[in-house]
Design a protein around this ligand. Structure first.
Ligand code: FMN
Length: 225
């Protein structure tokens, strides 16, 4: 009997808690309905506008289709000079930093070509420079990050590159996400058509799935879902 009472009281308490939570969620949703959520897509190929950039743009496009509040911005590092940590005099990092510090930042997409089964030197330099977003405060904490990689071979190290970038982003307490079903680890693209990556239907689909997943997570984590 005592057990039954306790259980009833417990369930009643749960119901009340659920009601409060629902009310809070509704308030947050209506209050946040006008809030814009910025998703920045970074292409880390030295070749501006090539396959990695196209893949990142496809992911951004899919992210924007998730919700009207999502705003996508491409940062194509191709042609920019981004030095690694400790050698940063007179490079272009300062021009992109304000975008990464935007307080509407809700998600990140990072794309790199596979170079000898690793991320590009440009991707590594970019990631090293993100160190400035770690102290004094972890500015990228709880930001969902999806990763894309392009290789000239079907199995050219794309998944290794994705893991390397995710490992770096975990140092920010960022929320590494994969893609929606079919692209669980991230976007893997195959540059088998002389730089026309749009012909890699599987890969482009994986890019869209990562963009969509990052957008969904960004909305949830920013309290907008
Ligand atoms: C130095 C170098 C190393 C490469 N190593 C690999 C590799 O290990 N695996 C692979 O699949 N493709 C490799 N590639 C091919 C690129 O990943 C591929 O062409 C990719 O599409 C380039 O991206 P981009 O078009 O955005 O520049 C390599 C290319 C270069 C220049």
């Amino acid at each position: 009997m005592a057990n039954q009472m306790n259980r009833r009281m417990f369930l009643g308490g749960l119901g009340a808690a659920a009601a409060v939570q629902t009310a809070q969620t509704a308030t947050a949703t209506s209050a946040g309905s006008a809030k814009r959520v910025l998703i920045v897509g970074v292409s880390c190929s030295p070749r501006k506008g090539k396959t990695t950039s196209t893949a990142v743009q496809e992911a951004l496009k899919a992210a924007q289709q998730v919700d009207a509040r999502i705003e996508g911005k491409l940062l194509d590092l191709g042609g920019m000079k981004i030095s690694g940590w400790g050698a940063e005099t007179e490079d272009d990092f300062a021009t992109i930093l304000p975008i990464l510090k935007d307080d509407r930042l809700g998600g990140l997409l990072i794309g790199s070509p596979s170079y000898f089964r690793s991320m590009s030197a440009l991707a590594k330099a970019f990631l090293e420079r993100l160190a400035v977003l770690r102290t004094p405060k972890l500015l990228l904490a709880d930001i969902p990050v999806g990763v894309l990689s392009v290789g000239a071979y079907r199995n050219g190290g794309q998944e290794l590159v994705i893991e390397q970038i995710q490992a770096a982003m975990l140092c920010h307490k960022a929320m590494c996400v994969g893609g929606n079903p079919g692209a669980f680890q991230g976007a893997t693209l195959w540059n088998a058509y002389q730089d026309d990556i749009t012909k890699d239907e599987f890969g482009m689909d994986s890019a869209r799935k990562v963009g969509t997943r990052v957008a969904e997570a960004a909305l949830k984590l920013s309290g907008n879902a």
